[in-house]
Design a protein around this ligand. Sequence first.
Ligand code: ADP
Ligand code: MG
Length: 725
Amino acid sequence: MTSAARVSAIQAIAQKSPVSASAHEPGLPESFGSNVFGLQQMRSRLPEAAYRALLSCMHRGQGLEPALADQVANAMKEWALERGATHFTHWFQPMTGSTAEKHDSFLNIENGELLLEFSGKALVKGEPDASSFPSGGLRATFEARGYTAWDPTSPAFIRETTNGATLCIPTAFCSWTGEALDEKTPLLRSAEVLNREALRLLHMLGEKQVGFVYPTLGCEQEYFLVDRDLYMLRPDLIATGRTLFGAKPPKGQELEDHYFGSISPRVLAYMQDVERELWKLGVPVKTRHNEVAPSQYELAPIFERSTVAADHNMLCMEILKSVALQHGFQCLLHEKPYAGINGSGKHNNWSMATDTGENLLDPGNTPGENMRFVVFLTAVIRAVDLHADLLRVAIAHAGNDHRLGANEAPPAILSIYLGEQLTEVVDSLIAGTKGSGANKKDHMRLGVSALPQLPRDATDRNRTSPFAFTGNKFEFRAVGSSQATARPNTVLNTIVADSIAWIADQLGKRGERSLESAVTELVQSALKQHSRVLFNGNGYSAEWHAEAERRGLPNFRSAVDAIGQLSAKKNLELFEKYGVLTAKEVESRTSIQFEAYCKAIAIEAQSALSIARTMVLPAAQKHQAVVAQSVAAVKAAGLAVPGQEKRLRSMTERIEHLLTAIDELALAFEKTEAHHGAVREHALAFRHDVVPAVARLRESCDILETMVDDSLWPLPKYRELLFLQ
Ligand code: ADP
Ligand code: MG
């Protein structure tokens, strides 16, 4: 028999059927972009000159002149009103990891007359009260206001909700003194730097026709679904996004029957609604499938310019969560909702593209394209080797600590997987010889033979690598599923821009030497110097950890070990040199990241304590009392019950362990909370004292779960959470 609350949740689930929320809405292609103020809307609603001017601003990421802003705002307002919007909001990404919005209606009253207004000023600049967003000390309260500024590379869109619609304007968020208070501003800055340096190098390589370079991004988003009736009975999921308790179920993911399995009707109905909502917002979602763990899924869009893709991934996460409610699900974006089965990541597919339609990480078919590819590849390899620590910081948070290095996700050591064939090419570039297997006739101008056709199929991909070359892009796989992608991409853009700049600087100093011989020599020496970061083997293995240490590759095991690295001297200098982050901004971000870690662990500790004290302990004691009574009654009747006595004793011991674990966690938490040292030490204390105490408490509770009468157990079990939907 199962506990009453669980029984009614299970009965409710048995009654549920697929929801058809958007079945009567138009399909593709009508729906795609219908809620976006996109090119079509702009062209049809703006005078030709204004349209052209706006395009150019969007393309280059420049701000709008006031007169143009007025025209655009007016056109946007007309469009939004036609689509039922009553309000507008600047939509931004403060350093909370999610998005923020403050709505204003179009309503205005002048001389007693009602007007619907949206000025160019309101479009390009907003002034939300910024005092309650994390600023890491950047903003004293007396100057608490910040401002938001439209990022014209990302189009405005309308969010439809049950009772209305709101015009959303994607914006960057800064303090009045110009410091970035958000994730988007550094991302925009880094994209600009990448453009500048890549253009300089391309022009040197003779590609004068290129006028603009931008980073591209496609995020594969993993997530879990849990039925909402069960979710509501799990205070840990509600407070922390993950289960703090739960014994291993009889069946987990060992049968490997979920991955790419047929999608259940209720889940498929949900996915279809998610996709329709995202298509309306112009998010080009493309693939859907079941992932490895039971009740785990993935969605992936077609890649886009990374500044837009970063916004679109935020929308993706929001829509995944909001549509789930309509379908009686809760969407879990946490990196590790369940112990013992796979967690969720967000593969960050990244490359660089030109306005002439070239992918700079595409090996290409001609010697010229091959040379360009090798040069840009070298830049990425050098960048990752020099700044592996920064990439690690960019994915460092409490949730991701459960995943990285846990034999299901890449290790915390950053290395690059190139695959067999490209490795051969790199080896021969280093050795200065012709690659084997290549077409000898078609010599590359680099002095080595032309690149062989590189495979692009998924067969030989190494899933254990945190940073893998997959045909014509790099896949940064260590990014967490719940993370905003702006941060990892800011780092990627910046470190690669820096290596591109270094290559351009070196080539600029070549004097009389030919470009080919200078490139050959430069590529050779750079690859040689940085080849230690290349690794095609099994990233999960213990041998690799030892080998990586020999190679001198950094290994920051936990988020707390990594975060401080953001302000290492070389990193500060890098960010300042390219104007991506000032020293003050770096300092504030560091303390926000430490604080976020402390808060996450503090919430987990308190949640674990309250569940253990008020749910697990009472259930265990009730069960113990029943067993004790039964043992006493049988013994009174004159029978011996050694087996039952033993069971009662072991149960009692477990309850004693539980009490000890509760006390130890309570003490560790209180001591850590009261700690008034620097934020880094505070985070270290959480990591070293509180995190293990939460784990020990879990152990006690999970053992009791396997002993206590099922009808007394208050928390839905893994077998229910993972399999009932
Ligand atoms: P897999 O799961 O095999 O890695 P998917 O097709 O699920 O492959 O995901 C690949 C992702 O990479 C997609 O989002 C795709 O749009 C993206 N992608 C492809 N080419 C590029 C590129 N040049 N730059 C950035 N992302 C890319
Ligand atoms: Mg992938």
